[in-house]
Design a protein around this ligand. Structure first.
Ligand SMILES: Nc1ncnc2c1ncn2[C@@H]1O[C@H](COP(=O)(O)OP(=O)(O)OP(=O)(O)O)[C@@H](O)[C@H]1O
Length: 130
């Protein structure tokens, strides 16, 4: 279905198509983005650890919010990279700044997610061994 056909289709079809397109985006990052795969791996480890250490409900909420934040930012970073590449393939200081800012946002979220992971898990791990 092309863009023109989509705009002429019913509201329900447009709504269903938007899920399909979002799914395509998720499929793309899972298949092609090394950093996204890394974050998925780290998230799975955190969820397994959370299960083993019996996190409380509020701790799960914080963990899941943190995971969704990092993964979503990684996808937005990829979207910004693609948009910049669409605008120019030449070297441009503003293109560099746009990509570096987007990457900086992911890095910041990843650093804070490690800190949050330490706050959630370290006391429980220490309690387990002591
Ligand atoms: N058109 C451009 N002009 C100037 N600098 C650019 C340009 N494209 C990329 N860069 C610089 O090169 C870096 C790497 O860009 P690239 O597009 O390869 O993304 P990347 O860092 O490989 O992303 P990822 O590893 O998340 O896939 C950018 O962070 C930016 O600093």
């Amino acid at each position: 279905m092309d863009l023109k056909e989509l705009r002429q289709s019913s509201k329900i079809r447009q709504f269903a198509a938007s899920f399909l397109f979002a799914g395509n985006g998720l499929k793309y990052v899972m298949k092609h983005e090394r950093n996204f795969k890394f974050h998925i791996g780290a998230s799975i480890i955190a969820i397994i650890l959370g299960t083993l250490l019996s996190l409380e409900k509020w701790e799960w909420l914080i963990l899941l919010l943190t995971i969704s934040g990092v993964l979503s930012l990684e996808i937005i970073n990829t979207a910004i990279e693609k948009t910049v590449d669409l605008v120019t393939e030449e070297y441009h200081p503003t293109a560099k700044m746009a990509k570096d800012l987007a990457a900086g946002a992911v890095l910041l979220a990843a650093i804070f997610s490690v800190i949050i992971g330490c706050i959630l898990f370290l006391p429980k791990i220490a309690h387990f061994f002591l």
